[in-house]
Design a protein around this ligand. Structure first.
Ligand code: H2B
Length: 100
């Protein structure tokens, strides 16, 4: 999977406006989600995990109680690829069924 060019990246980022791009951290995107409680946060993580495993593209994430922060990057592309953008879209869709 190849890394997005600067132009491709700018276009892709505008399709996932709630994700922040962090070039200083090696070219990744990140977003924090807040749920009603731990049960909802973990249900969200479970749905994302099943999708990620099927797609063989996995989030780097950190959970404390009702918060989940997620980082997406593509190691073999050494930066952001279309797979990160695709996973961000799926994660947003899943989160929309849980967030208030
Ligand atoms: N997930 C993410 N987010 N980035 C990767 O580069 C990646 C992955 N690589 N999941 C995959 C697994 C790779 O290690 C396997 C062998 O396909």
């Amino acid at each position: 999977m190849k890394r997005l060019t600067d132009t491709e990246r700018d276009a892709a980022l505008s399709s996932v406006p709630q994700w922040r791009y962090a070039p200083e951290r090696g070219g990744l995107i990140h977003r924090e989600f807040v749920f009603a409680d731990f049960t909802q946060a973990f249900a969200f993580m479970t749905q994302v995990a099943f999708h990620a495993e099927k797609a063989d593209h996995h989030p780097e994430w950190f959970n404390v109680y009702n918060k989940v922060s997620i980082t997406l990057t593509t190691h073999d592309a050494d930066g952001l690829s279309q797979r990160d953008i695709g996973l961000a879209h799926v994660i947003d869709t899943i989160a929309n069924t849980w967030t208030r």
